[in-house]
Design a binder for this molecule. Structure first.
Ligand code: ATP
Ligand code: MG
Length: 143
């Protein structure tokens, strides 16, 4: 069997439940602290926190609340933050449409998902009516 070299190490993690406005503030603040601890500059920190804020808000407004797992990553001496958002809401029927700038089912701006994608280095989305919505983002420290 092929031996696989691990892609990264996970240095720490924190799980938060996100279902209210105070939870949204808490997850933003936690993401900021993790970014700073990973040595992010202000621009990288702000990009990560903005993406986290949009995706956490979506879990509250569209997904009926959920969980955010923040993980501190290390790969070849570089640090990054991965955040996994999981909800058990109704799911997104058409992901391609939801990822387009300006699409919103609630008359919002429709910029949360596509904006978040542009603010991070990796973005994975899985969604179904049965399993809800699962989004993983990673932003690496630029230095
Ligand atoms: N966690 C989720 N569960 C179910 N549907 C979602 C979820 N996140 C996003 N969606 C769907 O994808 C659409 C696009 O999301 P997006 O964040 O881009 O826009 P929005 O939330 O409608 O408006 P805003 O620009 O204020 O964020 C939403 O309108 C909603 O239909
Ligand atoms: Mg949104």
């Amino acid at each position: 069997m092929e031996e696989r070299v691990p892609m990264h190490a996970i240095l720490g993690n924190e799980m938060l439940s996100v279902s209210s406005e105070p939870d949204l503030i808490a997850v933003r603040n936690k993401a900021r602290l993790h970014a700073r601890a990973a040595g992010f500059g202000l621009t990288d920190e702000t990009k990560l926190v903005t993406a986290v804020s949009e995706l956490a808000r979506n879990m509250i407004s569209h997904g009926g609340g959920g969980q955010a797992l923040i993980e501190d990553l290390e790969q070849n001496g570089r640090q990054g933050i991965r955040v996994t958002f999981t909800d058990r809401g109704p799911g997104i029927a058409n992901i391609g449409q939801a990822m387009q700038d300006g699409y919103s089912s609630i008359n919002g701006l429709g910029l949360g998902l596509p904006g978040a994608r542009r603010l991070v280095h990796d973005f994975e989305i899985k969604s179904s009516a049965k399993e809800g919505t699962h989004i993983v983002i990673v932003r690496w420290n630029r230095c």
